[in-house]
Design a protein around this ligand. Structure first.
Ligand SMILES: Nc1nc2c(ncn2[C@@H]2O[C@H](COP(=O)(O)OP(=O)(O)OP(=O)(O)O)[C@@H](O)[C@H]2O)c(=O)[nH]1
Ligand SMILES: [Mg+2]
Length: 319
């Protein structure tokens, strides 16, 4: 049996499993309640049960590839005699899900050999990039690090004001230019300024929407090139933000961004209001990119370092 109750999270702060269960309640209903009902009614582990399980897993946004992996694992465990009754199916699924998630639990540790440590936030519009930057700024400040923000979203009218608000709230400088300016130029200036001030972390916001998706990718590639002109090792983290409530779209976005600008981390937001949290399994299984944080609300404190055990305990508990 898995030990799903650890006292410390990957960032060394205490983990509150009740909090995780509260925030992820809707995804738990979509996955756990449904599976429980199926196995309670099943007389044996047979193809009928597996078919019903398939429908539940797909409905909970695990996607085809990941659902197939889980069903294969259950089938295999049954065939080899590791499990024999429907009641043992849930722990078998849980174990497989844990194997999927655990490699993706890698806390974003800021390497202070880079000054500044450059974090580039990317993602389509409305997923929560700017809000996540605000949340991260508060977290890094609490860790005693100095932070600067770069308003690289010059596309949307109010974008830099929104970032300024987070900057003021956390008392960190925000480098911005007028709307329509070249995002790469904004980030270039910010990087120079962060170096001059010996800032620990520079977080660059980017636009989520351009005329076409290929424009967006080309713009991001340019931002990365311009950063590298000043520091070849940067950006040290390219973090994709996806909105869990978009389900399989979040998975497609992760694939697409990973191809264009190699991702080093993912933050999954809006898990508080959605039943589609299962998409995290699909992202972990298919992309194998570290899941750094999850967003569980709109406030600055509603960001959790991703913790595989707490996540599984919250959406597929054994009892
Ligand atoms: N419930 C909930 N809302 C969130 C979360 N993260 C962000 N939001 C909300 O999502 C909305 C969009 O967030 P933004 O941070 O502006 O998204 P963005 O990706 O910067 O959007 P663009 O700048 O338009 O590309 C805001 O209303 C946020 O408060 C979360 O974890 N939970
Ligand atoms: Mg934004």
């Amino acid at each position: 049996m898995l030990n799903l109750f650890r006292k410390k999270s990957s960032d060394n702060r205490p983990v509150n499993n009740t909090d995780w269960r509260d925030r992820l309640a809707r995804s738990r209903s979509a996955l756990s309640d449904e599976i429980r009902e199926l196995v309670a009614q099943a007389g044996s582990i047979d193809e009928n049960l597996l078919e019903d399980l398939e429908a539940v897993l797909l409905g909970a946004d695990l996607g085809v590839t990941t659902t197939t992996r889980i069903l294969d694992a259950v089938r295999q465990a049954h065939k080899s005699g590791v499990i024999s009754s429907p009641q043992q199916v849930l722990p078998a699924i849980q174990a497989e899900l844990f194997d999927m998630l655990e490699p993706c639990e890698q806390y974003l540790s800021i390497n202070n050999s880079h000054q500044p440590y450059v974090l580039l936030m990317v993602g389509v519009n409305g997923v929560g990039k700017t809000t996540t930057i605000g949340k991260l700024t508060q977290r890094f400040k609490e860790e005693g690090l100095s932070v600067m923000l770069a308003a690289g979203d010059t596309f949307r009218a109010a974008a830099s004001e929104q970032l300024q608000v987070w900057g003021e709230r956390n008392q960190v400088p925000v480098v911005a230019q007028q709307a329509g300016a070249d995002p790469a130029a904004v980030v270039f200036d910010a990087l120079q300024s962060a170096k001059a001030r010996n800032t620990d972390i520079l977080i660059a916001d980017t636009a989520g929407r351009l005329h076409t998706q290929s424009n967006l990718m080309a713009e991001l590639e340019k931002v990365v090139r311009v950063i590298k002109r000043q520091d070849e090792s940067a950006p040290h983290e390219v973090m994709l933000v996806v909105d869990a409530s978009t389900g399989q779209n979040a998975l497609h976005q992760a694939r697409e961004f990973n191809q264009a600008v190699q991702l080093s981390g993912i933050t999954v937001t809006k898990l508080d209001g959605t039943a589609r949290g299962g998409v995290i399994f699909a992202i972990a299984n298919e992309l194998e990119v570290p899941i750094r944080f999850i967003g569980v609300g709109e406030r600055a404190e509603d960001l959790r370092p991703f913790d595989a055990a707490s996540f599984i305990d919250a959406i597929l508990p054994l009892e």
